[in-house]
Design a protein around this ligand. Sequence first.
Ligand SMILES: C[S@@+](CC[C@H](N)C(=O)[O-])C[C@H]1O[C@@H](n2cnc3c(N)ncnc32)[C@H](O)[C@@H]1O
Length: 268
Amino acid sequence: MTDTPPAIDTSKPHSARMYDYYLGGKNHFAADREAAEKALAAVPTGRTGARENRAFLGRAVRYLAAEAGIGQFLDIGTGLPTSNPVHEVAQSIAPSARVVYADNDLLVLAHARALLTSSPQGRTAYIHADLREPEAILSDPVTREVLDFSQPVALMLVSVLHFVPDEFKPAQIVATLLGALPSGSYLVASHVTAEHQRAGAGAAERSYRGAGVPAQLRDSDEFAELAFSGLELVPPGVVLVSEWRPDRAGPRPAPAEVNGYGAVARKP
Ligand SMILES: C[S@@+](CC[C@H](N)C(=O)[O-])C[C@H]1O[C@@H](n2cnc3c(N)ncnc32)[C@H](O)[C@@H]1O
């Protein structure tokens, strides 16, 4: 990285840049790489998990745009620009789709214009915001201008809830966000788990925390309760992200390589 926006503290790792490193991107600094390598030493298949999660996100957006008729997306914990951003997938199916992206990493902000290449019929916008302050996201004038809250919206919390430990009351955050959306809206969420690799994933969680990145892994039942209580799960329900409506036949990675659950659910 050469272009470092001045406000970014490159001495501390950030989850967005670590994820970018796993995915083979170029937007990370030495501290991110060091922390990511520590996590990979504990869970050597971490890159497989990241790729499977990203592919899940694409399939979920495609399902929502093509099969559920959703044309509005609020994607919190966007990540650095990489393949298949939400607006590209959605607008390839529904060109008028509207997307608001939100992330709390300044480097994502610095790259946000790459997320804003909307189709002429649709809209994309980016806000620098923290999931732990859901009211600010909902009341942001950009959110209000781009999304019509009288129509269904897909809330995307993909691979971000594990960065909200219980002390930040994540269930309340999810309830506040879903509470603002009308019936017929959807939630897409995924979450890293230690269920299939207690020792390794536990060590990876500790390496995130040790590096100053808040993190809490959850088992599938904890994740299901946190994210999807009161919603109607779209089949196949809460499954490994690699098992959510796979678009290819053939062998898929083992649970201990994926280490992440995901689901899509509808607000009744
Ligand atoms: C693992 S990446 C996931 C990116 C994308 N959603 C995906 O699944 O491919 C997690 C993202 O969540 C963001 N993030 C972490 N904690 C956050 C918070 N409290 N508020 C907003 N964004 C957050 C990070 O900056 C990062 O971009």
